[in-house]
Design a protein around this ligand. Structure first.
Ligand SMILES: [Zn+2]
Length: 53
């Protein structure tokens, strides 16, 4: 089967912003990370003040 632009995809295909991760994000996912790295990023943010101290 060949799809020729007939499919309504999202404007842009988004992938996880975590470097090295090529997980494609769902159109319904408003986050910039995949579900795995989303937690990862949150942990980093949570621990950032401790590191900065
Ligand atoms: Zn990821």
């Amino acid at each position: 089967m060949v799809y020729k632009g007939k499919i309504k995809t999202s404007k842009k295909r988004r992938v996880c912003r975590f470097s090295g991760c090529e997980q494609i994000l769902s159109v319904y996912n408003p986050e910039v990370y995949c579900h795995v790295h989303q937690q990862f990023a949150m942990m980093q943010i949570a621990s950032a003040p401790l590191i900065a101290r």
